[in-house]
Design a protein around this ligand. Structure first.
Ligand code: PEP
Ligand code: MN
Length: 366
């Protein structure tokens, strides 16, 4: 699926598209000092939470209008754009009134089509860039649906942000990155910038470099990173924020890669290698087809001799030998084990079908 009209905005942003700034705008000085230090790194999009979605009430919920005024003042001083999260039509109205340049939709809003629609309606006739975070839950359709709602409201400058997904399983992440979901989104909407928010994925500052590199390797177009002049004293998300200095180090250490290269030699050689891969894949498919032919042959043989499909000793022997082959060939043992289990499951299913056919025939005869 391709959304037309989104194409035009390709020329208006550059890779890597970096946004950085505090989780929340807390005081005028905190915001100003942080923004200036980030701008000194060469970053010209500052993020700042102005209205904060908090899980429990009676916590700090953002500085609202005051923060918007600070932003307006800071923009007089340094040449930066500001991005803020909006979650209601009123947030949209107040942000636009105060000259906010970029809006983003938080994960807690993307989950709710009513909220998304209300915000999209409030934006009709305004062509401000809108970045849409993934919903809290790993539901690609909800994310796509939100993008469609903004597009239908006439917003042509749309971007997406991967900030990980809530999970009941304890993992080392605050929000688990299920990379296949944003990559699927990228396949669906090839023209929109897809950036990664490693801060909300990590939940702690030490993992931000690693996640940023992974996103970059996976062809993300940029990063949104939380940065605070003094993270330990932050009023929200203290553990995951980095100082502007640390941010500079992170960005220096990430190797930003290009989606392709203009180098003819590279392109020709890549083409050759891809042709080889195509051949190997074809052989792989043919080998699997041959294996399945043998599986069927054995299936008939077992049937005629009234022997069970599953043979535990044989399976044990297979698992052990295949594991040692993986080791010898330098293959990832867990991956090969998974792959081989799938092949074996399919083999068993085929043989059971063969036996069932016999059962069916016997029934028909009787
Ligand atoms: C944020 O960016 O500060 C934020 C609240 O993020 P998310 O919507 O990803 O939780
Ligand atoms: Mn935050």
């Amino acid at each position: 699926m391709e959304i037309k009209g989104l194409k035009s905005w390709g020329g208006q942003w550059k890779r890597p598209l970096i946004m950085a700034g505090p989780c929340s705008a807390e005081t005028q000085e905190q915001l100003r000092e942080t923004a200036i230090a980030i701008h000194d790194l060469g970053i010209n999009i500052i993020r700042a939470g102005v209205w904060k979605p908090r899980t429990r009430p009676n916590n700090f919920e953002g500085m609202g209008l005051n923060a918007l005024k600070w932003i307006r003042d800071i923009k007089q001083e340094i040449n930066v754009q500001f991005a803020v999260e909006v979650a209601t039509p009123q947030h949209v109205e107040e942000s636009l009134y105060h000259g906010i340049d970029i809006l983003w939709i938080g994960a807690r809003s993307t989950v709710n089509p009513f909220t998304v629609q209300e915000i999209a309606n409030a934006l009709k006739g305004v062509d401000v860039p809108v970045f849409i975070k993934n919903p809290i839950n790993p539901d690609l359709s909800l994310w796509i649906g939100a993008i469609e709602r903004f597009h239908q409201a006439g917003i042509s400058k749309i971007g997406a942000i991967h900030r990980g997904f809530s999970s009941i399983q304890k993992t080392r992440f605050r929000n688990t990155p299920q990379w296949s979901i944003p990559l699927e989104l990228k396949k669906t909407f090839t023209e929109i910038p897809l950036i990664c928010d490693p801060s909300h994925i990590a939940g702690e500052s030490e993992m931000i470099l690693e996640i940023s590199q992974k996103a970059t390797d996976l062809d993300f177009d940029g990063l949104m990173i939380e940065s605070h002049r003094n993270p330990t004293e932050a009023w929200s998300d203290a553990k995951q924020q980095v100082t502007p200095k640390h941010l500079g180090e992170i960005l220096e250490n990430v190797t930003f890669r290009n989606p392709t290269s203009k180098n003819k030699e590279f392109l020709t050689h890549l083409e050759e290698l891809r042709e080889e891969i195509d051949h190997v894949d074809q052989e792989l498919y043919e080998i699997i087809a041959n294996r399945m032919k043998l599986v069927d042959q054995i299936g008939y043989y077992k049937r005629d001799n009234n022997v069970t499909v599953f043979q535990k000793n044989r399976w044990k022997e297979i698992s052990e030998s295949r594991m040692s082959w993986s080791e010898k060939l330098g293959l990832d043992v867990d991956f090969m084990d998974d792959l081989f289990k799938r092949i074996h499951e399919n083999s068993i299913r085929r043989q059971r079908e063969i036996m069932n056919k016999n059962f069916q025939k016997a029934k028909d005869v009787s």
